[in-house]
Design a protein around this ligand. Structure first.
Ligand SMILES: [Zn+2]
Length: 106
């Protein structure tokens, strides 16, 4: 699959009007947002890595970023664009920090 992959129509009703996308365009026209800013109703980032092989700490791995918007006509939340990026995953110890015992005195 080639990236970025764009989906420019609502898969349910075929409309190209989007709530966030259209609002962002109007804010760009008003000069409130610069045109290189990317805003979405929802963004998911999925790092592609094997959790068994990850060492504690930060690591760069390939990942999929998916952007979603809401159809202005029927309200469907759908994917508008899929991108491939390097993502940083931070793996932390699953142990909770130990809380000091509390000795209350009045
Ligand atoms: Zn729709």
């Amino acid at each position: 699959m080639d990236y970025p992959k764009k989906f420019d129509k609502c898969p349910v009703c075929g409309s190209t009007s989007r709530v966030v996308g259209d609002e962002v365009m109007s804010e760009i026209e008003k000069g409130n947002i610069s045109s290189d800013v990317m805003l979405s109703a929802l963004v998911t980032r999925t790092p592609l890595y094997d959790p068994k092989n990850v060492i504690l700490g930060k690591k760069q791995v390939p990942g999929i970023v998916a952007l979603y918007d809401i159809c202005s006509d029927c309200g469907t939340l759908y994917c508008t664009e899929v991108q491939k990026h390097r993502l940083i995953v931070e793996v932390q110890s699953r142990q909770r920090p130990e809380m000091p015992p509390f000795f209350g005195r009045g």
